[in-house]
Design a protein around this ligand. Structure first.
Ligand code: ADP
Ligand code: MG
Length: 263
């Protein structure tokens, strides 16, 4: 978590401590089926600490399933996923801690509708991390301030704009001091004028060294923030490249075809 690493601490501008370059997520030969549908095909990749990986690809290519598998919202049928050298826990307290260590931000925000913004952010730290209410409140207010919604803390999610709600969802993940944040099309449900306020927060996190796996078709974000682009099609990683390489010189026909449709 946020405890400084004894070997190579690299404190940055926030509470995020990173050791850039070491493997954090190791995905090896992962296969996943939904019935007869082979949705993840022999997926292997490594995400290092501090790395920002953008996952891109046509609808139905398995991007969400891959994200969900990484924090065990989905099981896998073969292969393995390690976080910090540990296989994903199956249940109980360990699973709750995994979900805290691996933040997830969804397209549809998924805030608790019957809780205030502040409560949305303090719930995990008090329940899973065992923080006192007072400490959790203080921490939450700092994080809400950082994502620019501290003045909304007492409101209910439904009183906020989509962009504000998504920033609260990011704050909720951050409050757990995650090792990694997964974002699955975090700006796809937003009105155009709200996309940038969320992308700005995401770019800030990337700059500070947060490890992130982000499913997005926002090329501006990929170019600015991503270390690597994974292009998926039909459940497989078809291409893996820097954003520069990928957008200017995609190698596979699938990627060329996809880019010609979205650019
Ligand atoms: P993407 O996020 O790239 O659009 P998904 O990972 O959501 O792709 O889906 C990959 C494939 O798996 C799609 O064909 C989708 O219809 C199918 N799928 C996703 N979730 C389920 C499920 N719970 N049950 C059955 N099929 C599913
Ligand atoms: Mg999806």
């Amino acid at each position: 978590m946020s405890s400084p690493d004894a070997e190579s601490p690299a404190p940055r501008t926030s509470n995020i401590t990173v050791r850039r370059g070491e493997p954090l997520v190791v995905i090896e030969n992962v296969d996943k089926y939904f019935g007869d549908l082979h949705v993840l095909r022999d997926i292997s990749t490594v995400v290092n600490r501090g790395e920002v990986v953008v996952v891109i690809g046509p609808s139905g290519s398995g991007k969400s399933t891959l994200c969900r598998a990484i924090n065990r919202l989905e099981t896998i049928d073969s292969g393995r996923i390690l976080i910090d050298d540990q296989p994903l826990p199956e249940e109980g307290k360990e699973l709750a801690h995994l979900r805290a260590d691996v933040g997830m931000v969804f397209q549809s925000f998924n805030l608790f509708a019957h809780k205030t913004v502040l409560e949305n952010v303090t719930l995990g730290p008090t329940r899973v991390r065992g923080m006192s209410r007072k400490a959790a409140d203080e921490k939450a207010m700092k994080i809400l301030d950082r994502v620019g919604v501290a003045n909304q803390a007492k409101k209910m999610p439904s009183q906020l704009s989509g962009g504000q709600q998504q920033r609260v969802a990011i704050a909720r993940s951050l409050a757990m001091d995650p090792k990694l944040i997964l974002m699955d099309e975090p700006t796809s449900a937003l009105d155009p004028e709200m996309i940038n306020e969320v992308l700005d927060v995401m770019i800030g996190l990337a700059t500070e060294g947060m490890t992130m796996i982000v499913v997005t078709h926002e090329m501006g974000f990929a170019r600015k923030a991503a270390d690597r682009v994974l292009f998926m099609a039909d459940g497989a990683i078809v291409e893996e490249a820097t954003p520069e390489q990928f957008f200017t010189n995609p190698q596979s026909e699938r990627a060329q075809d996809f880019l010609s449709k979205i650019l």
